[in-house]
Write a protein that binds this ligand. Structure first.
Ligand SMILES: O=C(O)CCC(=O)C(=O)O
Ligand SMILES: [Fe+2]
Length: 328
């Protein structure tokens, strides 16, 4: 595949998840219907499309994501031996290479996944923390990773600000948990899933929720699925069809903790893309806005009255008796 434009189309007869499409330009202008739709999407699906066209920051994110796609082709094309030189060390750091074949203990079928990825730390590309080794295609394109992470984080902060506004809480309640200049697990992930012509049931990424606050996702082929909210469909998996000019936004578990479950982090997974799309390798470019390492992982004041306050999920650490987002 030389470019995202040469890909087979998403089949027209495959049912897709009915998630909202919200315009970044409207959110930037704080237009009430767009802000209300964002809140509604985050209270229900925990997912929405963000139309990035017609805005400067959105256009630069779209072009950066295309360039990162090209870099992904080169990076994943290396021999496994080269890629594993940059392995992430589970339990020690999130950043680096994860090969395909991981079994997630939460997958009831314990199927090895078929996706490899590189997690590139915001802290490493912006000098917030000392870097680790990455493939040369990543280190040589530091400026691109810098602008992508900065712009994606800014879009995440805009959404967090609008959600706070809509919920009537302290306007910076969520933004203050995700400060860009502070050490954190914020990162850009490049993913690659091999085409599986012979095994249409291979799992790309097993069902999971994201750990952080907001995920900004660029993908070009189907394969991403979320569970239906239609009671008649009883949680059936539905494809999230990639839309040109749009990123897919979803909330992570931190937002569930901060809002005491008012906002949702939906389970999602990656399966082979439908139709002819399943015959080509699949890539995605993701940015995870995660609470900074010192952020308290507890329910914001305004949501405590809802009952069971301070629920937390994910790998958190305790600092001086309080729960923070830092991985220790
Ligand atoms: O590749 C995708 O479409 C989704 C990736 C994802 O869910 C993740 O990396 O957490
Ligand atoms: Fe995810």
């Amino acid at each position: 595949m030389s470019s995202s434009k040469d890909l087979p189309p998403f089949p027209s007869d495959v049912p897709t998840a009915p998630i909202a499409r919200i315009s970044l330009s409207d959110l930037l202008a704080s237009k009430p219907p767009a802000c209300a739709s964002a809140l509604e999407a985050c209270r229900t699906h925990g997912f929405f499309y963000l139309d990035l066209t017609a805005t400067t920051i959105g256009s630069s994110l779209l072009s950066a994501s295309e360039r990162l796609l090209q870099i992904s082709h080169q990076v994943f094309d290396h021999e496994l031996e080269y890629k594993t030189k940059h392995d992430l060390v589970k339990g020690v750091s999130l950043f680096g290479y994860k090969r395909a074949g991981t079994v997630k203990s939460t997958d009831p079928n314990l199927r090895p996944d078929t996706t490899e990825f590189f997690n590139v730390a915001k802290d490493h590309v912006h000098g917030v923390a000392a870097s680790r080794s990455y493939p040369s295609e990543i280190t040589e394109n530091k400026a691109l990773f810098q602008s992508f992470t900065k712009d994606a984080h800014e879009v995440g902060m805009l959404i967090l600000g609008e959600l706070a506004q809509q919920l009537g809480v302290e306007p910076k309640a969520f933004q203050d948990k995700n400060i860009f200049t502070k050490p954190s697990g914020d990162h850009c992930r490049l993913t690659h899933k091999y085409a599986h012509v012979s095994d249409r049931h291979a799992i790309g990424l097993p069902s999971h929720t994201d750990f952080g606050s907001i995920t900004i996702l660029f993908n070009w082929l189907g394969g991403l699925q979320i569970q239906s909210h239609d009671p008649a469909k009883a949680g059936e998996w539905e494809y999230v069809k990639p839309l040109p000019g749009c990123a897919v936004i979803n909330l992570g578990d931190a937002m569930v903790t901060f809002t005491n479950g008012v906002l949702k982090s939906a389970k999602h997974r990656v399966v082979p893309a439908p139709g002819a799309q399943g015959d080509v390798d699949r890539y995605s470019v993701v940015y995870f806005v995660r609470p900074h390492n010192e952020a308290l992982m507890e329910t914001c004041e305004e949501f405590r009255h809802l009952g069971e306050g301070g629920r937390s999920r994910g790998s958190l650490s305790r600092r001086g008796g309080v729960l923070t987002a830092g991985s220790g």
